[in-house]
Design a protein around this ligand. Sequence first.
Ligand code: XIL
Length: 337
Amino acid sequence: PKDEESIPNATVECHHEESSGQETKLNKYAEIVSTEFNSIVIEHHLKWGPLCHTLPGPINESTPSTRLGRYDFAHCDAMVDWALSKGMKVKGHVLCWHVTTPEYVEKLSGDQVREELKRHIFTTMGHFRGRIKMWDVVNESLAPDGSLAENIFYRKMGPSYIEECFRWAHEADPTAFLIYNDNKVEGMNGPNKEKADGFYNLLKGLVNKSVPIHGAGMQAHFNAGGTNDRQRVPTPLQVKNQIKRIGELGLKVNISEMDVRISKLDASAEVKTLAQNQIYHDIIAAALTEQAFDGIWLWGFTDRHTWVKSFYYDDSPLIFDENYERKPSYFAVRDAL
Ligand code: XIL
């Protein structure tokens, strides 16, 4: 939420109310984004696949790059330029993520993937240079045990793909703030300990190799009803200590995609609300005590538009309700800032 004490980057992603009859809802959406937050991150459309549409026709290891994909920046230009017109910052999400690559990438040789990924980074960062000054460069490279997951980039390019992406991103825009982003890494010596340690060790390795990396994003997709080690929410102290040790590497740390699911918590509606408020408040308040902490992005702001409903189940994980009214969790976040 924007106020004189607000931290530099409290933001949401952008959504469009699809049906025409929702004009007032769209205006309400835009009004809240531009008055309550000071930055946006685009939830889906700035990823490689949505930006670069695979061209029709056969694709194999000899197909020239000009026959692979066609970039269409119009949709993202509109959102980025709208945010900038409101005096907001824009975080670019995300240049390299195995989940949303264009279909053609799977058909390419390792050398071609390397060439295409480099081309994508230069094309995209070049297009937005001067407008988007911070980027999630690589997303979710870690397996639950903290090792590097053998995703398409690992398989095609080897483990060096991560540092290659950061070096290309720095070359594409030497002024850009470059971030590595991941999930279930938020607490030191807490739930998902192996992955959280893997996150720290990955960052430490990049810093020790003088890779141009400036920040780390911890997604914070929390489930208040989580009971096993993979699902439990880390304590505020565990989050504080994770930020602290990453800060000691010389990196900034942000919470990049926060939302707090409550529907699986076996409790009354009142207790669910209190649990959601406490997680938002206490985690953010603890993070703010660390010098390295430089911002928080929510993954959406209204329960009307949350990825949780399409990816998980019906839930109310955010800080505005379905009718764009402030929830108690809004005030919990505001009290923490
Ligand atoms: C999700 C979006 O919310 C969905 O709309 C999209 O279809 C898939 O991606 N971690 C990430 C985000 O880094 O990019 C993902 O966003 C959610 C998990």
